[in-house]
Design a protein around this ligand. Structure first.
Ligand code: KG4
Ligand code: ZN
Length: 364
């Protein structure tokens, strides 16, 4: 018996096939022994978005090899593991079936427990793996499928404070890019174009300004971009850069406005917490302008700003293995073998579905 839990994680909920081996010491210290991710991006680019059928087939083709590679890099055998963890939702159902069935097969062949992990829980707990953060903290999850503010109170104790009532932020970047004929995925393309742009040339709206809820809305911004683009057509390179800069400026200002009251609310609730923290996760967290804005906002509110390394902000299996390690260490039971994948699976089961949200709802 060592004082260390060893977990194999499997992630197949969207367009990344991933496997990882992670350890957790009794002290709570986590270590990533391997973290293998195969992005399917090239296969989806010709279609301008993720095609579920292609994604599921690509997971089938790649997953076994990736798991073998993750185990090899970690220098571990299935026998050494304390548990297998597989993303069980939310996400594209075809991919979830592939990952969960593989996890069940390994668990039953090796006689190990299986943890069915909510992908969002993986994102929510990553900062404890990377930064050893104590509970509670606030999480801003900004990806292609989600824009959520979550209070992370403890393992399995998540409160959704806010969510998008229409488009996810990554989706807004992707749609803006499409409207401006920039390549998919749109986030990096819009950010790059914005660098050369004049953010003051166009005035775009600040959605939900003055609204007391902690929710987000981005579809109005996208509509404003569409109107601006058609008014300008045909767009010069300078026009595209200026619209991107105005869009990104509107996004950063909106994020700061929407998140500030959440920081105040956190402080009101947990005044005795010596180091309150805001953690960011999801693909949009790669955006430098957004990171700068959040850093500034946290500075003003005397919050610590925690941004895990990019590879652990986007989809990966280390976060899935880690979530299972946290569950195991906290005394939660593993799942039975008949657990089923769930394309929709809110992290906070008490949170009402937000009006108009989840139109896409497949990516996390
Ligand atoms: O978390 P992620 O890799 O995948 C899921 O959605 O699960 O996030 C992808 C999203 C895409 O919408 C992409 O356009 C956006 O993150 N993104 C960015 C940037 N890099 C990726 N958005 C803004 N700025 C970026 N630099
Ligand atoms: Zn995700």
């Amino acid at each position: 018996m060592t004082d260390r839990l060893l977990i194999l994680g499997i992630e197949t909920s969207c367009d990344e096939t991933a496997a990882a081996v992670v350890s957790r010491r009794e002290s709570g210290e986590g270590k990533i022994l391997s973290n293998v991710v195969l992005s399917q991006l090239d296969e989806h680019v010709p279609y301008g978005g993720v095609v579920p059928e292609i994604a599921a087939r690509a997971h089938v083709a790649a997953l076994d090899g990736l798991i073998a590679e993750a185990m090899r890099q970690a220098d571990a055998t299935f026998d050494d593991l304390d548990a297998i963890a597989a993303t069980t939702g939310p996400g594209l159902i075809g991919g979830l079936i592939v990952g969960l069935m593989t996890g069940k097969a390994i668990a039953s062949a090796a006689g190990k427990p299986l943890f069915a992990i909510n992908h969002l829980e993986g994102h929510a707990l990553t900062a404890r793996l990377t930064d050893g953060l104590d509970f509670p903290y606030l999480l801003l999850l900004v990806s292609g499928g989600h824009t959520q503010l979550i209070l992370v109170r403890g393992v399995t104790a998540y409160e959704r404070w806010g969510t998008t009532i229409d488009d996810a932020l990554g989706e807004a970047f992707d749609k803006t890019a499409k409207l401006l004929s920039l390549p998919y995925p749109g986030g990096p393309a819009v950010e790059a174009a914005a660098r050369a742009g004049d953010q003051a040339r166009f005035k775009l709206p600040r959605p939900m300004r003055g609204d007391a809820r902690l929710d987000f809305s981005f579809s109005g911004l996208k509509t404003a971009v569409r109107q601006q683009a058609s008014a300008l057509a045909p767009l010069s390179e300078k026009d595209v850069a200026d619209v991107c800069a105005a869009f990104q400026h509107a996004v950063t200002e909106t994020l700061a406005e929407r998140i500030a009251p959440a920081l105040t609310r956190f402080r009101d609730l947990f005044g005795d917490q010596p180091h309150p923290a805001l953690v960011v996760a999801g693909g949009v967290a790669a955006n430098a302008a957004i990171r700068e804005t959040l850093t500034r906002l946290c500075g003003t509110h005397r919050f610590q700003f925690v941004a895990p390394p990019h590879a652990l902000c986007t989809d990966n299996a280390a976060m899935i293995a880690w979530a299972a390690a946290e569950r195991l260490a906290a005394g939660f039971d593993p799942q039975s073998m008949d657990v089923a994948p769930r394309s929709r699976w809110p992290l906070d089961s008490n949170a009402e579905p937000a009006l108009g949200s989840g139109k896409r709802g497949t990516k996390a």
